[in-house]
Design a binder for this molecule. Structure first.
Ligand code: F0G
Length: 460
């Protein structure tokens, strides 16, 4: 009905607001110095626009807040659990549903059952916590993205696809019995938030079925992936996002989900599957760490809000606004000559700091330098995905990450178009003075997930 209009509007009006954290340039300088040039250590009220993550940062709807009041807080068998369970069964078709406090808890439970020494997990890309939970069991996690996924300038419809030739080759090399599971991450967060095509999901599924290998979806951003399929894949333009999502889930035997993304809640997750033997063991592990299997570390109210969020996230007006507003940021940055991972992803735009700040070598962390400068310039907080996060030092020799990116993740239903225009303007200013931006050195860091706690300092 409104398709003749070029302007895509936020499909909501605002009932409750939060002030932004305004600061002066001098204040930001001081805040950054005190935080040791690590944005994870900055108090959030000193941030104007927070693009650190899209996880748990979304705005719930009035209906979801009503769900919070409706929550049944019974310890066992709460009504809210059955609402939650039926929403997930309806969407995924999986028989067994277990709530968890967030995505990584579902990972830890699943991999403690199917992982272990000598086992191999294959994925288009494992998210960091997914990989860490696999490796914690002694198993190996191998990423098999299509080669084009690493060519940041190349724009393809489905850069999240898995490399089918590499998949077949590795199954033959290792032997199907050693492959514990194939995990398809939709969308592929680690490589630009790129979608996976239905064709690729179904072909991976065919290969897995042939070798009797279980396949799971990491469904954190399943709705964004479904909408990309609707927009870009032949044969899907007349299907609803829900129909498409259901088909995606039908090719897998289960899923892991961080509800903090596409269920638009501030906390929560779940594990769902068809294998009742695994589910029985998973519930035993769950009781040990998360809680009784009808609440799994969440309150009844959270379960209600997730069920409602899973419905809202599949509304076409929402998804159109969501995907188009991220693309809008991408095109704004492109116009300022800022190099980005092409095309923009579903939840974020990734700036190629290696290319923008080509005068800063990887050992001086160009991504983190850009993150710091963005904060100093305009109080915007973003996340480095580069050598600070993934670089290693072996025998005193620095090994950089394959990419130096800065992720601008957009929280769901939180910022309006003028906030995004402001971010683009901040980049316009930065691009003009890019040659004056300095690198950083690590002053102190811990061996595990160093980027969260590292202390840094500017360096010439
Ligand atoms: N899988 C994917 C694809 C993710 O992006 C995340 C979290 C998880 C699993 C883990 O879920 O945080 O609920 O335990 N990603 C966040 C991010 C942290 O900023 O991208 P969780």
């Amino acid at each position: 009905m409104y398709s003749k209009y070029k302007t895509i509007i936020e499909p909501f009006k605002i009932k409750s607001v939060e002030p932004l954290g305004f600061t002066t340039p001098e204040e930001r300088k001081e805040v950054l110095r005190k935080a040791d040039y690590n944005l994870f250590k900055i108090p959030a009220d000193k941030v104007l626009i927070d693009l650190l993550t899209d996880s748990g940062t979304g705005a719930m709807s009035g209906e979801q807040w009503a769900c919070i009041m409706r929550g049944d807080e019974s310890y066992a068998g709460a009504r809210s659990f059955f609402t939650f369970e039926s929403a997930i069964k309806d969407l995924t078709g999986y028989k067994e549903v277990m709530p968890t406090h967030q995505g990584r808890a579902a990972e830890r439970i699943l991999f403690s059952i199917v992982g272990g020494e000598g086992k191999v997990f294959l994925s288009n890309s494992h998210f960091d916590t997914t990989r860490a939970n696999i490796e914690a069991t002694g198993a190996t996690a191998i990423d098999l993205p299509i080669q084009e996924a690493l060519d940041f300038e190349k724009s393809l419809d489905f850069k999240g696809d898995m490399d089918l030739v590499a998949l077949q080759k590795i199954i033959e090399e290792k032997g199907p019995a050693s492959i514990a599971m194939v995990i398809i991450t939709v969308t592929n967060n680690s490589l630009g938030g790129q979608p996976v095509s239905m064709k690729n999901i179904s072909e991976v599924s065919k290969i897995c079925k042939k070798h009797n290998i279980p396949i799971f979806l990491d469904a954190a951003r399943f709705a964004e992936n479904a909408y990309f399929i609707k927009l870009r894949e032949k044969g899907y333009s007349n299907k609803t996002p829900k129909e498409i999502a259901k088909e995606m889930f039908s090719y897998a035997e289960g899923c892991l989900m961080s509800a903090k993304k596409d269920a638009i809640v501030n906390i929560g997750g779940f594990l769902a599957m068809n294998n009742s033997t695994w589910a029985k063991r998973a519930r035993e592990v769950e009781i040990l760490g998360e809680g009784f299997p009808t609440y799994g570390g969440l309150a009844g109210r959270d379960l209600e809000a997730i069920a409602q969020g899973l419905t809202e996230v599949l509304e076409e007006e929402y998804l159109n606004y969501r995907i188009m507003s991220v693309a809008y940021l991408g095109s704004g940055l492109r116009k300022q000559g800022v190099p980005i991972v092409e095309p923009p992803g579903g939840h974020a735009v990734y700036v190629n700091a290696k290319k923008l700040l080509s005068h800063i070598p990887p050992e001086k962390f160009p991504g983190q330098a850009l993150v710091c400068e963005l904060y100093l310039e305009a109080g915007i907080r973003a996340c480095e995905i580069g050598s600070l996060m993934f670089g290693k030092t072996n025998n005193g020799k620095f090994e950089p990450a394959p990419m130096e990116l800065v992720r601008l993740a957009i929280p769901r239903r939180v910022y309006t178009q003028s906030h995004i225009d402001f971010v683009v303007e901040a980049f316009e200013n930065l691009a003009k003075k890019k040659n004056t931006i300095q690198g950083l050195k690590i002053v102190e860091s811990s061996p595990v997930l160093a980027h969260f706690t590292a202390r840094l300092a500017p360096v010439r």
